[in-house]
Write a protein that binds this ligand. Structure first.
Ligand SMILES: NC(=O)c1ccc[n+]([C@@H]2O[C@H](COP(=O)([O-])OP(=O)(O)OC[C@H]3O[C@@H](n4cnc5c(N)ncnc54)[C@H](OP(=O)(O)O)[C@@H]3O)[C@@H](O)[C@H]2O)c1
Length: 364
């Protein structure tokens, strides 16, 4: 490859492939919160070191990154497409899903070289996209920045390889580690800044889960009204179907899944999913949500539900908001962390946000 004309000097120590793949990964991020259960994907077309097209997968069911990339090429540059290299952060699809196969598009545009970040674990692709391109004479360089490309789609990889949603447990607590003042009393713990952060997190996940008591006692809305983005699907465990329909989670502002022991049915935005067990455990909850295509899950309490996930080892991340100025004598104790690895903390006024990861729960 000739030295790229538009190659920034500070990147010269890296290979051009890595730098162009880095751009694909940046573009992929622009779809965050909108593509589930599809992955985040970015693509660029490079001709003689110049990027002539860029695209990303922007919304579930919408055109894939490769399509948007090729469509973005200016008419004067279209003649360059067959002699350009297509960089894409995830293996191109080769099956008919909501859109036609991207491998057909690449072949149709007569592109002769592609560089791919990582393989797609989705069973209908899983290496077949690369094979199809190679057998049709397209040179495929693969993998490039594989770990970063997989990390970008850790929710998607967890969903397909571990057959469950990616799980983030979250709670707010006082300085003396209490999640509520007392049973039955809604307690404001986090401040306006950290509340906004939580709403941002809500836009990033496919679903948000709470226990029966939290739905009944706190009557939360579980929407992302303090941030710009998509509301997650609201999910509540209500085994005996004892929650009143007057609760906010049944108000129709976002779809709601009711995991229960009695029925499977659909009524407008309410999805009743039966878990045929005496008592739903995390494994059965996750298997039900996997079947409903919920790719990632923010579990927002209460203590019993959160603890059941920790005890089962069924979690990937924990995020705790601690109000360092609030003491709640008596009160409901926070869940016990168990084997959690501290990652980092941030400060929002009196609130400290601590991030942990589960050392055992990385996708294979
Ligand atoms: N600070 C925070 O971040 C935060 C967040 C949320 C809630 N809260 C507080 O937490 C309190 C409620 O917490 P909680 O521990 O009493 O109740 P919870 O965890 O919200 O709900 C527990 C109930 O959910 C049902 N359940 C179904 N599957 C379960 C499973 N796998 N594991 C555990 N429970 C399951 C059971 O109800 P059945 O027995 O009827 O089946 C159980 O009694 C409230 O005071 C609320 O204000 C605080």
């Amino acid at each position: 490859m000739t030295t790229p004309v538009y190659f920034p000097a500070q990147f010269m120590e890296h290979t051009p492939h890595a730098v162009f793949m880095q751009r694909c990964l940046q573009l992929a991020d622009l779809g965050a919160g909108y593509t589930a259960p599809n992955p985040l994907v970015g693509a660029i077309l490079v001709h003689d070191g110049r990027i002539i097209g860029e695209g990303y997968h922007g919304i579930y069911g919408g055109p894939h990154a490769e399509v948007n990339c090729i469509q973005s090429v200016k008419s004067a540059d279209r003649v360059l497409i067959p002699s350009s290299t297509l960089y894409v952060s995830l293996e191109p699809c080769c099956h008919y899903g909501k859109t036609p196969p991207c491998t057909e598009l690449i072949l149709g545009e007569k592109i002769k070289k592609t560089v791919i970040g990582c393989r797609d674990p989705f069973p209908l692709v899983d290496g077949k996209g690369i094979e199809k391109l190679r057998t049709q004479g397209v040179a495929v360089e693969f993998p490039v920045l594989e770990d970063l490309a997989k990390e970008k789609n850790h929710r998607f990889f967890t969903f397909h390889l571990n057959k469950r949603p990616y799980i983030i447990l979250k709670w707010a607590e006082s300085a003396n580690h209490k999640i509520a003042a007392e049973q039955g009393k809604r307690t404001g713990i986090s401040n306006a800044w950290s509340n906004r952060l939580v709403h941002k997190w809500r836009t990033e996940e496919a679903g948000i889960l709470i226990g029966t008591n939290t739905a009944m006692l706190d009557n939360p809305q579980l929407t992302a009204r303090l941030w710009t983005g998509k509301n997650p699907v609201r999910i509540v465990v209500d085994h005996q179907l004892r929650l009143p329909v007057s609760l906010n989670i049944f108000d129709g502002t976002a779809p709601t899944i009711i995991l229960n022991g009695k029925k499977d049915s659909l009524s407008g935005d309410l999805i009743f999913k039966k878990i045929p067990l005496e008592r739903p455990d995390p494994a059965s909850i996750l298997s039900a949500l996997h079947s409903l295509q919920i790719m990632s899950l923010l579990v927002e309490g209460g203590a019993k539900l959160l603890q059941s996930f920790i005890n089962a080892g069924s979690w990937d991340e924990i995020r705790i908001l601690t109000n360092q100025e609030l003491l709640l004598p008596g009160g409901i104790p926070s869940p016990q962390l168990g084997n959690a690895q501290f990652v980092k903390s941030e400060t929002y006024g009196p609130d400290q946000v601590s991030y942990y990861r589960n050392p055992k729960m990385l996708f294979p």
